[in-house]
Design a protein around this ligand. Structure first.
Ligand code: UDP
Length: 314
């Protein structure tokens, strides 16, 4: 049986990846320190003999007995509020954690895929963002702890590839959404859904003219799965190019939830908030024969079903 280690397995994306690899017939070893992850996301896996779990912080030395075929490094705080509250942990898991896992991959002769991010492009001056764009990042701003850790992560991963011949894969993940997102993680979709369901104000930051491009989690997981099994070792953008302003996104959620008490509540724009973001997925289309299949209408409907189960209506 092929064995895969997934760090951040109790998180939003990590738990969906764990499901997928179990469905594909792998033995999944999940690892998480539960700083932002939740056992609720993987509760259903504990009864399976194909799933094992280590409660561990990958910023410290990582030991896993037995062989490993693949490692997927998805452990990290991942929302702007998390970076503000946990800046040091964010830096450590992207840097020291990645170093530990690269060492483990080398020891086990395993292929490693690391979760990078559209944040490596910062507040981008090129639009849409291609993998060749080097980015516009403020290293000492509030998002710098995440952005720079992820940029270091890419650098050390390429160094292990070049100098040790390690098999590496780098996915640059754009805004992703779906069931199991943390209700209070501060990101725009959980915020808007929970506010709309509770009949509160939807907190639109700034004038709401900034854009994002949202990818449904199943599409992302498919892209990651294909990238892992491909022979492509350069970074690949995975995201949905359908771009929308945050204001229009708020209106879509208001229409879907249809709670007459909900309204738009303008708040100040956070420091260094990127003005626009849209993936160029030419590489993913060509190398992985991948593109997103689930549009926002379908994806938001599925996600709403989830938020109805975790948010009390008001
Ligand atoms: N945003 C917002 N209201 C919120 C949370 C976020 O208007 O309650 C905006 C935020 O300013 C940004 C966009 O939505 O422009 C996406 O923010 P998120 O925190 O989801 O992730 P980011 O893409 O910035 O990493």
């Amino acid at each position: 049986m092929k064995r895969v280690l997934i760090t951040g397995a109790a998180g939003f994306i990590g738990s969906h990846l764990s499901d997928r690899f179990i469905r594909e017939g792998y033995l999944v070893i999940g690892m998480d320190n539960l700083l932002t992850g939740s056992l609720d996301n993987i509760e259903h896996l504990f009864k399976l003999k194909e799933f094992d779990f280590y409660h561990h912080d990958v910023s410290k030395f990582v030991h896993v007995p037995g062989h490993l075929d693949y490692i997927l490094h998805f452990a990290s705080p991942a929302s702007p509020i998390d970076y503000l509250q946990m800046p040091i942990q964010t830096l450590k898991v992207g840097s020291l954690g990645t170093h530990n896992l690269l060492g483990l991959a080398k020891e086990k002769k395993a292929r490693i895929l690391i979760a990078s991010t559209s944040e490596v492009y910062g507040d981008p001056l090129e639009h849409p963002q291609k993998e060749t764009y080097w980015g516009n990042v403020n290293p000492i701003g509030p998002r710098g702890v995440y952005d720079e850790a992820k940029r270091f992560q890419e650098a050390i991963t390429m160094a292990y590839h070049t100098y040790h011949g390690l098999e590496t894969r780098i996915v640059r993940i754009f805004n992703t959404y779906g069931p199991r997102m943390r209700v209070n993680d501060g990101r725009v979709l959980p915020a808007f859904f929970s506010q709309a369901i509770r009949g509160e104000g939807l907190t639109v930051f700034g004038d709401g003219e900034q854009t994002r491009s949202f990818c449904y989690v199943d599409d992302l997981v498919e892209g990651i799965y294909r990238l892992l099994l491909s022979d492509y070792n350069q970074p690949v953008n995975i995201g949905n190019p359908a771009e929308i302003t945050i204001m229009d996104f708020a209106r879509e959620i208001l229409r879907l939830v249809d709670n007459p008490k909900a309204f738009i509540d303008y708040r100040p724009l956070p420091v260094d908030d990127p003005k626009q973001r849209q993936p160029d997925i030419t590489v993913a289309r060509k190398v992985l024969d991948w593109e997103p299949r689930i549009d926002r209408v379908e994806g938001l409907a599925r996600t709403y079903e989830y938020f109805k189960t975790v948010v009390t209506p008001g």
